[in-house]
Write a protein that binds this ligand. Structure first.
Ligand code: SAH
Ligand code: SF4
Ligand code: F3S
Length: 446
């Protein structure tokens, strides 16, 4: 009998990938994914713990699910992901109607946990970091990918930035073996994917073993993947400035399938703050890396992440961040107010920055970054660029895809264009995407 599954995903792309894999491991049990919680037999919240707001959202969603469960007591509720890992049994204490709590490295055990919870009527908890990885247990058959697919190649983090929960929620860093990555990539491409985004919390710390037992870095892996003929585009995220090595820079210059858009978080432009964050590099290092990448690939556009109001951040420190932003010029960015996270070293620091100061700095930074993003988007207007068409648009007769710089582009074209790369003239900036016109229907290579 078919049972209905609803997965709600919070947080980063790695959670998006994991949610799809959870659906894969539950499919043999008869669970078919649907698009809302109402009437579902199993609801999974795949949670994020990165900032206080992110984990609060989980508890308010659980409040809503409690009401739903009162109407339909048979519904199973599972909490997965990073908040599940960080809070574990605390979730069951606060929300006793939750049936399953499973961490991000243990979800291949979901079938067993779900069976245990529905049999016993009690809750099942698994927040271990098992030796056998979730990747060893993924079923061969999986949900077909769209034209642009995610592929996790690296997990966990050993960098311990002083503000960050990820090393605790996702565990120690490890890289999937090269052969395993190639197999999954080929399967995705055979299923229709034309673009792969390689994922990891520190994806460029990748050091997987190849068939001869040698370690291959991300630059080398990109070149191997680029040999898959039907694969048109490669991207990777999130990378760390400390792990941008010569081979990776060279790959940007020499591998045309590697798209000219790079997310490279810097967090701050102040050396003092970078040091207190334990980022392991200074502002000059970041600027040098950017310069070398742009030499290798002159059309490379950059995006980044920033934190304002890290403990002890002075006006001068914040001014250094603004200077760095002006110097680099970003095509996109995410910026956040520092959020003190339980269990991280920075949460214990004195000189926490007042909320009003954080608010003012965030506003200044975001208006600068918004202006830079708009300037970048404007700079490509009038050009003809290859767009990989991903899905139908909001209006009939419209499809939506991505430019090489990850800009959303909508264009009038038949649905049959989905999955193809078409040449599009970019004509007008919209609020969330760029309007384009088909310049030629022939599939371009990029
Ligand atoms: N591994 C990536 C970042 C992963 S978390 C890296 O090292 O760059 C994504 C972003 O969330 C971070 O880049 C940072 O800007 C933000 N972030 C992480 N912890 C935070 C915290 N405690 N408060 C505010 N923002 C935070
Ligand atoms: Fe968090 Fe730092 Fe690791 Fe990124 S590198 S996941 S910010 S600890
Ligand atoms: Fe959030 Fe975990 Fe990703 S904390 S950002 S879901 S790794």
């Amino acid at each position: 009998m078919t049972k209905r599954l609803f997965i709600k995903t919070y947080g980063c792309q790695m959670n998006v990938y994991d949610s799809a894999r959870m659906a894969d491991v539950l499919a043999p049990l008869g669970y078919a994914p649907g698009d809302d919680a109402e009437g579902a037999d199993l609801v999974i919240l795949n949670t994020c713990h990165i900032r206080e707001k992110a984990s609060e959202k989980v508890y308010s969603e659980l409040g809503r699910l409690r009401l739903m469960k009162q109407e339909r007591p048979g519904t199973l509720i599972a909490v997965a992901g990073c908040t599940a890992q960080a809070e574990g049994a605390e979730i069951l204490r606060r929300m006793p109607f939750v049936d399953v709590v499973v961490g991000p490295q243990a979800y291949h055990r979901l079938p067993e946990l779900v069976a245990r919870a529905s049999r016993a009527g009690g809750a099942a908890l698994d927040t271990e970091f098992p030796v056998d990885t979730k990747f060893d247990h993924l079923p061969e058959t999986a949900t077909p990918p769209g034209p642009a697919a995610f592929l996790t190649i690296q997990e966990g983090c050993d960098k311990f930035c002083t503000f960050c929960v990820v090393p605790y929620t996702r565990g120690a860093e490890f890289s999937r073996p090269v052969a395993e990555v190639l197999r999954e990539a080929e399967r995705l491409v055979a299923g229709g994917a034309r673009e792969l985004t390689l994922l990891g919390q520190n994806v460029n710390a990748y050091h997987g073993r190849d068939a001869d037992g040698r370690e291959l870095g991300l630059g080398g892996l990109v070149r191997r993947l680029a040999r898959i003929p039907a694969l048109g585009r490669l991207r990777y995220t999130t990378s760390h400035p400390r792990d941008v090595d010569d081979a990776l820079i060279a790959a940007h210059g020499e591998e045309p399938k590697l798209m000219p858009y790079l997310h490279l978080p810097v967090q701050s432009g102040s050396d003092r703050i970078l040091e207190a964050m334990n980022r392991g590099h200074d502002a000059a290092h970041f600027l040098r890396i950017v310069e070398r990448l742009r030499q290798a690939r002159p059309d490379l556009a950059l995006s980044s992440d920033f934190i304002v109001g890290f403990p002890g951040e002075s006006d001068a420190d914040f001014a250094a961040t603004m200077d760095l932003v002006r110097e680099v010029g970003f095509a996109g960015a995410f910026s956040f107010k520092y959020s003190a996270r339980p269990g991280t070293p920075a949460a214990l620091l004195e000189r926490q920055v007042p909320e009003a100061v954080k608010d003012a700095r965030l506003q200044d930074l975001q208006s600068l970054l918004r202006a830079q993003t708009e300037a970048f988007n404007r700079s490509v207007l009038g050009r003809v660029v290859p767009v990989l068409v991903e899905k139908p648009g909001r209006h009939p007769g419209q499809v939506v895809g991505r430019s090489p710089w990850l800009q959303a582009v909508h264009v009038e074209a038949p649905r049959a264009a989905i999955g193809a790369t078409i040449d599009v003239r970019l004509v007008r900036l919209g609020p969330n995407s760029i309007a384009g016109e088909v310049a030629s229907a022939a599939g371009a290579a990029a």
